[in-house]
Design a protein around this ligand. Structure first.
Ligand SMILES: C[S@@+](CC[C@H](N)C(=O)[O-])C[C@H]1O[C@@H](n2cnc3c(N)ncnc32)[C@H](O)[C@@H]1O
Length: 246
């Protein structure tokens, strides 16, 4: 898969072998310029709005309801770890905004992180093809998506009231330490761990939990599990967990 995805790149650089490419990649110049290009080319960024939609029901029925019941008027902080091009972040923004509109006085902020700078750029711009927003219910599309003035251009942009709730930043889960200076009430890390070995998955979750508040929630993708891992998590549903308070 990696070879397949890099073949075109080798051709563009007029290189004839992977050996040549690897030498360039780990040169001083390559480390600076080529590694980000290679990461963009080999990462799998598939995502969509309202992906694994049942999670957003758990978010409203369990997590947001509990947040309101606690009457903590602090800002709800949500992290989309491995956010790709931002669809997960803006789905969260729509769902939470809808919920808080009926429960005045609550605020939220979203943070999306990814290893792919190209995806982060797209997430920041928040411009998508109209065919990519088909999974958003019609009444929410009308409310939160802006159409292009020129009807020929089949693009939409997420409304500023949601865009302004989100920040995006580069983060590689493989780094020993990474700087995330916030504690989150909710962490979505979906369809990211599948790419790692079991031992690495556990290490990544441990690091995510360092930035999760006690009593906070972790959402994993439907094909991911924490079976056989020794983590301070209580299962809420097969892929939703609550961080133990100790
Ligand atoms: C398949 S997408 C999932 C997007 C979204 N969470 C969803 O479920 O729709 C996986 C994302 O994880 C990111 N990723 C892969 N390895 C990573 C790493 N080591 N550190 C941070 N992000 C990584 C990829 O760049 C990609 O955008």
């Amino acid at each position: 898969m990696v070879q397949g995805r890099l073949h075109k790149r080798l051709a563009a650089l007029e290189m004839t072998s992977f050996g040549q490419y690897v030498s360039y990649l780990f040169s001083e110049d390559g480390m600076r310029k080529e590694i980000p290009v290679m990461v963009d080319l080999i990462s799998t960024n598939k995502t969509n709005f309202f992906r694994e939609a049942v999670h957003f029901n758990v978010l409203t029925d369990v997590v947001l309801q509990e947040f309101i019941n606690s009457k903590s008027f602090s800002t709800l902080r949500v992290w989309s770890a491995g956010c790709s091009s931002g669809e997960e972040v803006y789905t969260l923004a729509i769902v939470i905004n809808e919920f808080f509109q009926n429960n005045k006085g609550y605020h939220f902020r979203l943070f999306g992180s990814d290893i792919s700078r190209r995806m982060l750029e797209k997430a920041n711009k928040a411009i998508y093809d109209t065919r990519d927003v088909e999974t958003i219910p019609f009444h929410l599309k009308k409310k939160y998506l802006l159409k292009h003035k020129n009807k020929q251009i089949q693009k939409i942009r997420i409304a500023p009231e949601l865009r302004h709730k989100a920040d995006f930043g580069y983060l590689n889960f493989m780094d020993e330490e990474y700087e995330v200076n916030q504690m989150f009430d909710v962490v979505f890390c979906r369809n990211v761990l599948i790419y790692f070995e079991k031992k690495v998955q556990e290490q990544v979750i441990r690091k995510l939990l360092k930035n999760t508040k006690p009593g906070g929630y972790l959402f994993l993708g439907h094909s991911e599990s924490i079976n056989d891992m020794n983590l301070p998590l209580e299962k809420i549903s097969p892929t939703v967990f609550k961080k133990k308070r100790q």
